[in-house]
Structures are given as structure tokens and as C-alpha cells.
Design a protein around this ligand. Structure first.
Ligand SMILES: Nc1ncnc2c1ncn2[C@@H]1O[C@H](COP(=O)(O)OP(=O)(O)OP(=O)(O)O)[C@@H](O)[C@H]1O
Ligand SMILES: [Mg+2]
Length: 336
């Protein structure tokens, strides 16, 4: 079988995660007399992630990051395209096997933990549901994971409302680790937390990743977190992955004008390295009616005529990929 061309050169082991042409469309009801329309939240996205890699996804609100994350977790089915785990299509992998491969860490530890269960019950639930180990094994595993994520033993019988925000996110991480997954899909894992605890959770995720050899798909608005943690960065815009590259290359020499625009935010004198809260409403296109040609062209400072009419092709090279008329393949060697 021909391997699709992806960043990073040849790899003997199949990628731990691979998406090929993954698309998710939603039918959106029309208001009043308008007919229903289709919103393409994720549009033919292809990428692969190697074992042990931190693959970050960044982009403004509405780019399709959470929709993609949910598909990777098997919580939403792609409308088309294929997701593979270690070479096996998601559809062929059973529920327990999916849970063993990929687990979520969501943004909001307040709503994702059952308030009526104790911390011990929450962490062991995935094991109990899948009937893994004896009750004693599960207890031992809970003790082990609690220590791993820095939760003191005496909290075993505590309820989520007795914990701080940072502790709750530690519980969510512990629950995600219970099944010994290969991949954590972290969707804004710190953005609901106080700034003072964000760094602790990020450091914990980083340590766990290194100790356990985990693979992360990390969705974050926080460019500081991405720069600190990610090996590669994928930039999404209106459902498309417009650029993928090594973190250092993306920050040093972004190729897509949209990536440049996002990174412009890092140069603002804001105390935390974040993106602006959202695009100005007049400049952000309607996702139900995306622009012709390159979707970014109405906001692009370097727009040229073909950008208005023709969708750019995705060009792959040793650095990753870029989807922009201004970056034909032959110019890309200057980043070597
Ligand atoms: N169930 C749904 N039905 C209809 N449209 C949806 C649905 N879920 C998401 N969308 C739309 O899909 C697009 C992508 O949404 P998504 O939540 O994936 O974006 P995001 O990149 O995670 O944004 P944010 O940074 O705000 O979390 C948006 O236009 C959103 O309104
Ligand atoms: Mg989201």
C-alpha cells in the first residue's frame, strides 16, 4: 500500500494515529423559510501522528478543532474519510480497544466529572465498565494513578465539589490514564483553570507524556503552551488544516499568512501568550457560506487574484504541509 505523504519522512512503524480526508458536515436548520444548509466543520483533513509525539492543533473559535477531537475519540463519526489507529481503521476497532488507545481530557473539569461519585469511583469507573482486573487490582491501580497525577491519598473518598479546579483536572487526567491509553486528546485542558494552576497542569501533562511515552493531540488557544509542549503544530482555519509544521519552524518561519496572523498575537504585550478573544465579526466569514477560492482570502494581507477563485492545493514537504497559493512547492527549500 502506498503511504500518503506526510511530514517527518519515512517511518517504519505505522503512525499511532492517521487521518485521511476526514470530514464532518452538519445539517443546520434554516431560519423561517430558509432551507436547511450544510456546515462543513472539518473539511478533508489529513495528517498523521507518530508515537510519543505532541501534535498541537490551533486556530480561532469555530475552526473545527473540537469537532475533529470528538471524531478522534470516536464520539462523533466522520461524514467521510478514515481515522486509523496504528494502521487499523477506527470502525474496525471495538469500544474497549478504542478506550485503550485514546482518551479525552476536556476543558471543563467541573462538568465532566460526576458530582455524585467519589474520586476513587470516578477514576476506577472505566476499568469497572470494561471489567478490567479484580476489585483489588482496580483499587491498586487507582492508588498508583493518584500518585502519578499528584493527588494525595486522603482524597480517595472526596467528591468533585470538595476539590479545587486544578485537582479536578488532575482527576480527569487520572481517569483518562486508567485504561493505559496510547493517546490523550486534550481539548483546551487548562483554559477553564486559574492562570496560577495552568502551568502546574501543563507541567503534569508534559511529565506524564515523557514518563509514559504517551502521544498527545493537544488543542489549545495558548501559543505559549503550544510552544512549550508541541513537537508539531497544525493550524486550522474554517475546517481546513492550512499549515502543519515542526513547532520551531512554525514559530520561526510560518508559511501560511493565517499562521502569521495568529502568531502576531504572541507579540502583543498581553501578559499571557494567548490569541485575541475572537476575530472581529465583520472579518470572520460565515461558516455556512465560506468564501470561494482560498477560504482565508478575504482576510489575507497578501491576497492575489487566484486566491479569490481557486482553492489552493496542499503542498507537502519535509517540513510539513501548507495550503496557500503563495507557497508553491519549489520555494520551500529556503527553510531547509
Ligand atoms: N452539532 C453541531 N451542529 C451544527 N454545527 C456545529 C455542531 N458542532 C459544531 N458546529 C459548528 O462547527 C464549526 C466548528 O465548531 P468546533 O466546536 O469544532 O470549533 P472549535 O475550533 O472547537 O472552536 P472553539 O475554539 O470555540 O472551541 C462551528 O462553526 C460550529 O458552529
Ligand atoms: Mg472547541
Amino acid at each position: 500500500m502506498m503511504e500518503p505523504r506526510h511530514a517527518g519522512g519515512p517511518d517504519p512503524e505505522p503512525p499511532v494515529l492517521e487521518c485521511t480526508g476526514v470530514t464532518r458536515a452538519f445539517r443546520v436548520k434554516g431560519r423561517l423559510f430558509n432551507p436547511a444548509r450544510t456546515l462543513c466543520a472539518v473539511d478533508a483533513v489529513s495528517f498523521s501522528v507518530r508515537r510519543g509525539e505532541v501534535f498541537a492543533i490551533v486556530g480561532e473559535s469555530g475552526a473545527g478543532k473540537t469537532t475533529l477531537a470528538k471524531m478522534l475519540l470516536g464520539l462523533q463519526a466522520p461524514s467521510s474519510g478514515v481515522i486509523r489507529f496504528a494502521g487499523r481503521p477506527l470502525g474496525e476497532v471495538g469500544r474497549v480497544a478504542i478506550a485503550r488507545r485514546v482518551q479525552p481530557v476536556f476543558q471543563d473539569p467541573y462538568s465532566s466529572l460526576n458530582p455524585r461519585k467519589t474520586l476513587g469511583q470516578i477514576i476506577s469507573l472505566p476499568l469497572a465498565v470494561h471489567r478490567i482486573g479484580t476489585e483489588a487490582d482496580r483499587r491498586a491501580r487507582v492508588d498508583e494513578i493518584m500518585a502519578m497525577v499528584g493527588l494525595p491519598e486522603h482524597l480517595l473518598h472526596a467528591y468533585p465539589n470538595q476539590l479545587s479546579g486544578g485537582q479536578r483536572q488532575r482527576v480527569a487526567i487520572a481517569r483518562a490514564l486508567a485504561m493505559k491509553p496510547d493517546i490523550l486528546v486534550c481539548d483546551e485542558p487548562t483554559s477553564a483553570l486559574d492562570v496560577s494552576v495552568q502551568a502546574q497542569i501543563i507541567n503534569l501533562l508534559r511529565e506524564l507524556q515523557q514518563e509514559l511515552g504517551l502521544t498527545y493531540v493537544l488543542v489549545s488557544h495558548d501559543l505559549g503552551v503550544i510552544r512549550h509542549m508541541a513537537d508539531r503544530v497544525a493550524v486550522m482555519y474554517l475546517g481546513r488544516m492550512v499549515e502543519i509544521g515542526r513547532t520551531a519552524q512554525i514559530f520561526r518561519a510560518p508559511r501560511h499568512p493565517y499562521t502569521e496572523m495568529l502568531l502576531g498575537a504572541i507579540l502583543t504585550p498581553e501578559p499571557e501568550l494567548g490569541l485575541p478573544p475572537g476575530p472581529a465579526e465583520d472579518s470572520f466569514p460565515d461558516p455556512l457560506d465560506p468564501p470561494d477560492g482560498c477560504r482565508f482570502h478575504p482576510r489575507c494581507p497578501s491576497v492575489q487574484n487566484p486566491c479569490r477563485h481557486t482553492s489552493p492545493e496542499t503542498r507537502h514537504d519535509a517540513h510539513g504541509s501548507v495550503e496557500c497559493h503563495l507557497h508553491p512547492a519549489e520555494q520551500e527549500t529556503r527553510y531547509g
